[in-house]
Structures are given as structure tokens and as C-alpha cells.
Design a protein around this ligand. Sequence first.
Ligand SMILES: Nc1nc2c(ncn2[C@@H]2O[C@H](COP(=O)(O)OP(=O)(O)O)[C@@H](O)[C@H]2O)c(=O)[nH]1
Ligand SMILES: [Mg+2]
Length: 356
Amino acid sequence: MRIGLIGVQNSGKTTIFNALTGLEAEVTSYSSQKIEPNMGVVQVEDGRVNNLSQMYNPKKTIFATIEYIDFVGLTNNKDNNDAFGGSGMGLIKTADALALVVRNFDDPTSGDKPEPVLEIESIESDMIISDLIIAEKRLEKVELSKKRGIKEASLIIEEKALYKIITHLEDSSPIRTLELANDEEKAVRGFQFITQKPLMIILNSDEDNFGGNESVINELKKRYKIIEFAGNFEMELNKLDQEEAKEFMQDLNIKESARDRLTKFSYELLGYCSFFTVGEDEVRAWTITSGNDAVEAAGKIHSDLARGFIRAECFSYGDLIECGNEKNVRENGLFRLEGKKYIVQDGDILNIRFSV
Ligand SMILES: Nc1nc2c(ncn2[C@@H]2O[C@H](COP(=O)(O)OP(=O)(O)O)[C@@H](O)[C@H]2O)c(=O)[nH]1
Ligand SMILES: [Mg+2]
């Protein structure tokens, strides 16, 4: 999973990136020479994987990972009408979800008070304009083709989808809140509209006001998925040993690390869950979308497994822990053979039988 941290300059993107990844990227605005974003990969902590690893004692234990990308501040494109059309923004479109970092502390350079709601509205409006530009340009092309006599069904579907999208955007609404039919969604997928991406808001609060922002959070919750961080504070925690960090976290009533909180939040936002593969060679966690069937899960491991899928041998992590070992799982009749249409559940342990 890849998550793009976006936001205006000085909202604390790099600070949050460091808090999440444990890296030490340079905080403060990008120097003018530096246009590449920071990237970091973090492991998804999952106690179930640790337990499976102890049971099977494999050569390798592989956790799921999340890749964070810390993008250039959006105000860097101020003289550009299309804040999301500039170079470097292409990478944003490869993200599975966007995390919009919003400043909730006095700007260290200008001293400006935070205006989180205005900041979000302004960025959302930039995103909407960017998508509108793309959709309108494409619609012009579609209509030109129609005038030239091209009447393919796919073109008509695309036209319909673009009309819907443009109307929705003109109403100041992001595409993620628009219902498109499957074929319409497919017809416009290639444009990678930015307002179609799942979005979460990270309210980046100062340690002095962290936990005291219910009213603004409740207001924003009506429209957004929002989580509060004390970015700077949580970045500094990385420099402490675990015990010390825990004490500091208790002071602010923070129950889990920024990384663990955002991981859970992202899985929820994207509707992701995990299944496992186990054996002497490898214990491994895999990420799928809730509702994926056994063939889709097999395809995560390798396309051959999806193509030649026969059956999935399956038992649940919960049953394994309860029974103590795989043998008892079988003896208790909890070991199953599932077909193609089986909907994989969070915590399933799978072994795919296949032939190609
Ligand atoms: N008080 C306070 N300052 C912060 C916080 N997060 C970031 N900053 C400060 O804001 C400035 C910009 O931070 P940076 O992470 O570089 O922002 P970016 O431009 O969005 O990447 C730096 O001076 C940070 O120390 C925070 O949670 N509280
Ligand atoms: Mg930065």
C-alpha cells in the first residue's frame, strides 16, 4: 500500500513523514534544488504474524508494508493555476490513498494562526479544479470524435461518465462521493482523477493543543475521515527508548505510535484486511480488500496461482490459536477446502492448490 502525504508548505508533512517512518528527512521547506519527494517503507506491525512465526519457525517472516511518500508542498505551485497538474504530481496519482496534512499550530515562519478548515477547503477546491481541467479536455476530444462519426459504445459510456463527473465537480464535490456504474468507472479509470482517491485528513496539532480540538474535529468528521497527530512531538519520540517514549505518550494520552494509528486508520479507510501464508520457508502477511474472493487473494501471491486456481486450503488464525496447532485444527474439523467464490476473511491462513 502506498500513501501520499500532501498539504501546503509548513503543514508538517515532513515532520509527520519522519514520525511515521523513523527516518530523519530534512524538516522545513524543500530547498529549491530538491524536487524529489521523500520515500520510506514501514512494516505493518501485526502480533498475529509474530505468533505464527513462533509456531512455524520459518526461515523468513515477511510483514505487510506501507510506503509513505512525502510530496513537495502544494504552495510551491502558487503561480500555476493547476496546483495538481504540475510536474512531480504524477507520483501522487500512484498512491492508493492520500493523507492531507493540515497545520494546527502557529506557522513558525509567519506566526499565522492555524485555519485547518479553510486550508482543507482551499486544497480540496484546487483538487476539484485540477480534475475539472482533465475531464473537460477529455470531453472535448470525445465530442470531436463523435462529430467525426465515431459512435463506439465505449465512447458513449465515457461521455456519459464525463458529463456526470463534470456536473459533480462543478457542484464543488469530489469524485469519490459520486456513484458511477461499473462500466463508467472503468471508462475513466485511466485519468486517475485526484478527487477520486480515498482521502484522510491528518490534523497536525501542537503538543500544547493536542487532544483539545474536539469541536473542529467533529465539524470535519461530517465530511472527512480525520485523525489527529502531534507531529513534532511524535517525531521526537523516535529519538527516545521505548520506555521513555511510552511515558511521554501517556502525558498526551496517546495510546499507540503514530505509525500504528495511521496503519489502522488506512486499513479502515481502504477497507483492507490481511490473510497469511505459513510454512517452514516463510510466514507472510498479505493485504487484500475486504470482500475479495479466494482467486483474487491467490492473485496477490502470484498471477499463476489465480490462473490455475483449484482450491484454497484454509483455516483461521483464531482457530489455530485456540487449538494450539495445525493438527488439532484438522482434528476439530476446522480445516476447510474452499472454492473460487469463497470470500477471504481477515486472519485466514491459506494454501492455494493450483495447476498451470
Ligand atoms: N509547533 C509545531 N510545529 C510543527 C509541528 N509539525 C511541524 N512543525 C514545524 O513546522 C515547520 C515545517 O515543518 P515541515 O515538516 O518541514 O513541513 P512541510 O513543509 O509540510 O514538510 C517546521 O519548523 C516544523 O518544526 C507540530 O506538530 N507542532
Ligand atoms: Mg517538507
